[in-house]
Design a protein around this ligand. Structure first.
Ligand code: SAM
Length: 332
């Protein structure tokens, strides 16, 4: 059995990202204990779990228990699949309801008794002990280093525009579409969403109404080693003309929120409505659109009006004057 520890800032969105990846891989979330997810999945899921954005780590779940004593007992009953040296690192989640004082040390002693050597500074294997409603112990297989994402934040890109989602969030928007081959971002800006999709090996298509964005997004994509892209200067409300006879597998986007600089002189709500219609027209049946809209726009109603079905939505307060929803729609 596998586990995933998701990040806590957008927990429902993070959980559904895992769910979407497991749907592609052939697995499911079996249980959730706060930020700890138990997965019914095996090694075949690794390439899909490796795509995740809002995740801290995943690993192999070895034992689980209802009390520290039971956890230690169970840990002694299994043969730990440890390579080289190990170290135990605990994670006490906000809902932890056990006294875990001294547990990592006792746990280390149990594993040590099986002949494995401890190395606190440079272990080959990290044994993780989680405390939530219940207790879990496993072996970390993959850690999603924040530095990898930080390095792609707006200020580190060669073409800089301050209007950009965090790379982890962009990655999650892409994954929520369940795209396997390709993705379109019709309001691509500096290309933040396309960068994350390109790094997953998807073919990326982008549109922006401003020539400097089309050029800048290309610079950013090349900088991060993405070669399989097609960027077009054009209008997100007229995608049918830009891509005649083309139907996309998936769309992920972050439209402008209403400053005159990014709206290119258009009325915001009208722009959203027309863009929703146009995105619907160039999306394949069964394909997903994942998009943000400010909270004072009724994205659900307007999307349903053009024929989309709402699958999920997630609220985020960005700052005092901006709150938004991320929507997952399906073309039925
Ligand atoms: C919020 S930014 C997108 C940021 C992008 N998601 C990123 O992470 O870098 C919105 C972009 O939409 C573009 N835009 C505005 N109106 C448009 C339209 N009608 N068609 C296409 N692009 C448009 C703006 O030029 C701007 O670059």
């Amino acid at each position: 059995m596998l586990y995933v520890e998701i990040l806590g800032n957008l927990p429902s969105m993070a959980r559904d990202e895992v769910k979407a990846m497991l749907e592609l891989a052939g697995g499911r979330i079996k249980d959730q204990d706060y930020l700890f997810l138990k997965l019914d999945a095996d090694g075949e899921a690794f390439p899909y779990l490796d795509r995740l954005g809002l995740t801290h780590e995943y690993g192999e779940l070895i034992v689980e228990a209802g009390s520290p004593g039971e956890l230690l007992k169970r840990a002694g009953e299994v043969r730990w699949p440890i390579k080289g040296t190990f170290k135990v690192t605990p994670k006490t989640m906000a809902n932890c309801r056990h006294n875990v004082m001294g547990l990592p040390r006792k746990f280390g002693a149990v594993v040590n008794a099986q002949g494995f050597r401890v190395n606190l500074s440079k272990p080959d294997t990290l044994v993780r002990v989680y405390c939530g409603e219940r207790l879990y112990a496993g072996i970390r297989l993959r850690f999603f280093d924040p530095k990898d994402f930080e390095g792609r934040k707006a200020q580190h890109r060669p073409f800089f525009r301050p209007i950009s989602l965090h790379p982890r969030v962009s990655r999650t928007l892409v994954n929520l579409t369940k795209a396997r081959r390709e993705i379109l971002d019709p309001f691509m800006g500096a290309g933040g969403i396309l960068m994350e999709a390109g790094l997953l090996g998807l073919k990326v298509y982008g549109v922006d109404i401003k020539p400097e964005m089309v050029e800048g997004a290309g610079i950013n994509l090349r900088h991060y080693g993405i070669r399989d892209y097609r960027l077009k200067l054009g209008d997100a409300t007229r995608l049918e003309e830009l891509f005649p006879d083309r139907r996309f597998e998936a769309i992920a986007t972050d439209p402008p929120y209403g400053t005159s600089a990014t709206l290119a002189g258009r009325r915001r709500d009208e722009l959203y409505r027309k863009a929703l219609e146009s995105m619907y027209n160039v999306l394949k049946k069964g394909g997903r659109l994942v998009t943000a809209f400010p909270a004072n726009f009724n994205g659900r109603k307007e999307a349903e009006r053009v024929g989309f079905r709402l699958l999920e939505r997630y609220y985020q307060r960005v700052h005092k004057s901006l709150d938004r929803w991320f929507y997952v729609f399906e073309k039925v």
